[in-house]
Design a protein around this ligand. Sequence first.
Ligand code: SF4
Length: 382
Amino acid sequence: MKEIALYIHVPFCIQKCRYCDFVSYPNRQSDSIADYFKVLIQELQIRTKYDSLQDIVLKSIYFGGGTPSLVSPEILKDFLLHLRQNFQFSKFIEITIEANPGTLNPEKIRDFAYVGINRLSLGIQSFQNRFLSFLGRSYQEKDVHNLLIHLMNSGSFLNWNFDLMYGLPFQTFSDWKKEIEYVLLYQPSHFSLYNLTLSQRVPLGSFLKSHLASFPGQDWEASIYRWTQQVLGKYGYKRYEISNFAQPGYECLHNLTYWRNQEYLGLGVSSCSYLRGIRMRNTSSLSHYQKKIKNGQSPVIMKDILNVKQKLAEEMILALRTSEGVETEKLFKTYPEPFVQEKLILLENFVQSHLVYKRAGRWILTSRGTLIANQLFLEIFD
Ligand code: SF4
């Protein structure tokens, strides 16, 4: 039996946020969502055949989006039942749903827990109305507080996350302090922080061009990142990945699969998979995806068979994102010695520049290294 993680992309949202570059469609009727889940089940059958998915144990299931909390608990219940009929579930399976504050109410939270979802990930982004409206989010500060108070009182979820965003225009240190005060007030078991990155394709992309000076900039971001890490550390949160903090025992199993370079299957429009050393991506067009599945064809439009050097670089980059770091012994066991030696020389250079440190046979990013991680990853990828 082989353990893998399963990701399901749910590409529906109430409205399109102004910074969003994900595959998501606003204002869809509930019929479209029900139809989409029927197509997902067909994809599962097709992929089982094409990707030889026999003898599989699922260790995690992650409904990501889009806004999966728009899906009714009944649809999720049927879908999970179908998965159970086709795969074995690990005893400690983690089942996450991403949710937005505007789409949840006390009944839905209770019902999500009732159908077997055991982890809730809330895309809050900010507790302040001026940032929520700038980002084009569909809810207000008061909705967030009402939701969190209910969540804490109901006890439906012990394992829950929320995301906050930094690096927003005109955001000051005192604005960010306020956001972190709410993390400490509500104490989620897991917390993720992301900086706002804008592509030219999204409505806020042009805003960035003409208002560059209003964005706080990299030095500010670096200092609030360091400050946040220190404060959260005092309250028992450990940073176990560049953007992710958890109370002990609440690290996200599903995301650890990605960072440990382990196998996963992605279902749905635009989802990615990594199976038997092959990276795959489904079509990003909903109509193309539905057409392919209805014709009994695989929706995978890109397959990338990694060579040994690429695999090694990817494994190192993913591991460096985490506080576990890169394990020297594992690299030598898995990859040809000359390739590993070459990369270790590079890591040694990073150590000299105080960007990486060594501990018990592992190479781990320092705080300074974390702040310029993407540059280091480019060098590793060569
Ligand atoms: S809720 Fe998420 S996926 Fe949907 S539009 Fe906003 S950022 Fe994009």
